[in-house]
Design a protein around this ligand. Structure first.
Ligand SMILES: [Zn+2]
Length: 323
């Protein structure tokens, strides 16, 4: 029960009861509620500045974890850079060198991005620096990989060209000559078998029985296979491209037609003695840019160093050619 309050009335000289109006009571109650709510809010607000809520603690943990993950990812980017660097080194020092392409300078491999600031959208946050640096490194890595990949594409093309070149040049002997006994006369001054005069012999003679297979010494296209050149008799010319041509003379028979494509080692004809020839043999010539050159310089295709030395010795003997 509420206390009954009195006051002293000086006029009547008596105590009178304080009558409380109902409205005033409600007003007081509302004021009380408002004040306590305000105080409560104020307390929570001030407290929150100093005391972490469980949710805040969880968020902070998550943030710290994210930062850690960023750092770990940056470590892995460093590792990727190290692997890429060793590929780049090999690319410059071996692949590009081997195929005579200029090495790619490191300024080009590590060129950044000019012009507009690509990282503006990451600015203005507490960890902007971490995010921007990480993105920069990833972009740099991505760009370096693109440069390296383009370099390898270039190498592939150069390697294919080189392979084509290596299989085109006349690099094997045109007849089977395993014991090297078939080499009869080399390139240089020799005695003419008919006139007995010393004159320049522009090819190599391989003695072999009539009908012995003759092989293309490199990939190419048959330029001609006919009997329309004085002295050579039935002969074949192969255009190998890159300025090289090979010629096979005094044949008994052809196995190819003009414009036919041939591969190194293909059977193109058979040894004979047609044209200006003393006995069955193959007269073989190699042309470079229209000039006849010494075929012996091209037999690295299927000879060991020792065999080559023996062949060189035999080929340099100034004997009588078979023409
Ligand atoms: Zn000859």
């Amino acid at each position: 029960m509420a206390k009954v309050k009195y006051y002293y009335d000086s006029e009547t000289l008596s105590y009178r009861k304080i009558e409380r109006k109902k409205r005033t009571t409600i007003k007081f109650a509302m004021l009380f509620v408002l004040a306590s709510a305000l105080f409560g809010f104020l307390f929570v607000f001030i407290a929150s500045q100093y005391i972490e809520s469980p949710k805040e603690r969880a968020l902070k943990r998550e943030l710290a974890n994210l930062e850690l993950q960023y750092k770990l990812i940056n470590k892995r980017v460093d590792n990727a850079f190290a692997v890429l660097e060793s590929v780049e080194e090999r690319d410059n020092a071996i692949y590009r060198l081997y195929f005579e392409a200029n090495p790619i300078p490191s300024e080009q491999r590590r060129a950044g991005f000019g012009g507009i600031n690509r990282y503006k959208k990451y600015e203005g946050y507490d960890n902007s620096k971490l995010i921007i640096e990480s993105n920069k490194r990833l972009d740099l890595l991505q760009k370096a990989i693109v440069v390296q990949s383009k370099s390898l594409d270039e190498i592939v093309v150069l390697a294919e060209d080189k392979e084509e070149f290596l299989s085109a040049i006349p690099a094997i002997q045109p007849v089977k000559n395993e014991d090297l006994k078939h080499m009869a006369s080399g390139y240089g001054y020799r005695t003419d078998p008919f006139t007995k005069v010393r004159k320049f012999h522009f090819g190599m003679d391989f003695t072999a029985p009539r009908g012995t297979p003759v092989y293309a010494s490199g990939d190419g296209v048959i330029l001609r296979a006919d009997n329309n050149a004085s002295g050579y008799g039935k002969h074949i010319r192969i255009d190998h491209g890159h300025g090289y041509m090979s010629l096979y003379a005094h044949l008994y028979k052809y196995n190819v037609r003009s414009n036919q494509k041939v591969k190194r080692g293909d059977l193109i004809g058979f040894v004979g003695s047609t044209g200006r020839s003393e006995a069955p043999h193959l007269h073989y010539e190699v042309f470079k840019d229209g000039e006849r050159i010494n075929p012996i310089n091209f037999y690295y295709g299927n000879l060991s160093a020792d065999e080559y030395a023996r062949l060189l010795e035999k080929a340099s003997l100034e004997n009588q050619s078979l023409d």
